[in-house]
Design a protein around this ligand. Structure first.
Ligand SMILES: CC(C)(COP(=O)(O)OP(=O)(O)OC[C@H]1O[C@@H](n2cnc3c(N)ncnc32)[C@H](O)[C@@H]1OP(=O)(O)O)[C@@H](O)C(=O)NCCC(=O)NCCS
Length: 285
């Protein structure tokens, strides 16, 4: 699919951040500058913008490759350019980039607006996500043998994460570990990592949150609450196959809300859905 003649596609750079943030704001999405920077600058990530004759940014879309698994994100076409094939052209470009980077399975979190476009490009709805808002007042049991630390060796953390997430997100984890404002909380049992979470500044939010058991997930949440004293609640976002996680949350009297927008193209890859309690942010998976 090619672009209309009045637009041209180019790879985005850091100077495009304000214009992309404006496109995001126009559809009611927060800027998430750290995530946008990652989509532009992380290795194996690329972002494209469509520009008009005045070099103004008219549309955006990004992709990030984690080995076999890739995520499409940041798909926005300015209102005046919709229904002209711009979204399709950007999606084609992002998908080709991800496939050339070795991705066999492409995933995304689709809005209602985006679903028909993705469906036309071979994406199908997968199991829904389940979202849960955990109030600070929730009693979260802790396992005495599990300790929380605020640091980890990147190799060890990436080796824990990859088989559970289904892809190698080491470059992003390096970024998280080196961020002085947003600590990583790492749970260990007898020295071995059994879960971790990252405290995002935009929120307050946690994500990713990976844990081998619901109790460890709860312990990480309790640790996160201690680090963000102003937060009344923290949100989780589980893939539906994490049944143990959902049962644990229901047992805590927490309401679960199904969200139907997860879509994917390509064969399922080995991963441990039962260890996923929160994703990072839509565009980065
Ligand atoms: C979703 C979104 C990116 C789609 O972008 P778009 O540029 O309008 O997408 P396309 O033009 O490729 O396709 C949209 C429709 O226009 C149609 N179309 C494409 N070229 C056309 C043309 N020249 N003339 C008329 N219709 C055309 C397509 O067939 C499609 O129709 P359908 O939805 O009925 O199947 C855009 O609506 C958007 O930015 N929405 C808000 C943000 C958002 O929700 N993003 C998705 C995040 S997951």
């Amino acid at each position: 699919m090619s672009l209309p003649a009045d637009l041209a596609l180019r790879v985005a750079g850091p100077d495009d951040l304000p214009a992309i943030a404006m496109l995001r704001a126009a559809v009611g999405w927060p800027a998430h500058e750290w995530a946008l920077r990652a989509a532009i600058q992380a290795p194996h990530a690329r972002c494209w913008v469509a520009i008009d004759a005045n070099a103004a940014v008219a549309a955006v879309g990004s992709g990030i490759a984690y080995g076999r698994l890739g995520f499409v994100g940041n798909m926005i076409v300015g209102e005046e350019h919709r229904r002209r094939g711009v979204g399709a052209a950007i999606l084609d470009t992002v998908a080709k980039f991800l496939e050339n980077a070795g991705c066999q399975r492409l995933e995304l979190f689709a809005t209602d607006d985006g679903r028909p476009l993705y469906a036309r490009h071979g994406f199908e709805l997968t199991e829904p996500s389940v979202t849960a808002r955990v109030p600070r007042s929730t009693t979260l049991h802790e396992e005495p043998r599990v300790t929380l630390e605020e640091d980890a060796d990147i190799g060890e953390l990436a080796a824990y994460d990859a088989p559970r997430f289904g892809g190698d997100r080491r470059p992003l984890m390096e970024m998280m570990l080196s961020d002085p404002d947003r600590p990583m909380l790492v749970a260990r049992r007898h020295g071995a990592i059994v879960g971790y979470t990252w405290l995002r500044a935009d929120g307050p939010r946690v994500g990713p949150l990976m844990a081998d058991t619901p109790v460890v997930a709860g312990q990480l949440l309790a640790g996160a609450f201690r680090r963000v004293p102003d937060a009344d609640e923290l949100s989780l976002n589980l893939p539906a196959p994490n049944g143990a996680g959902a049962r644990w949350l229901r047992g805590l009297d927490i309401e679960l809300e199904e969200w139907e927008g997860r879509m994917a193209r390509g064969p399922q890859i080995p991963r441990r859905d039962d260890t996923i309690y929160a994703n990072l942010v839509g565009a980065l998976g």
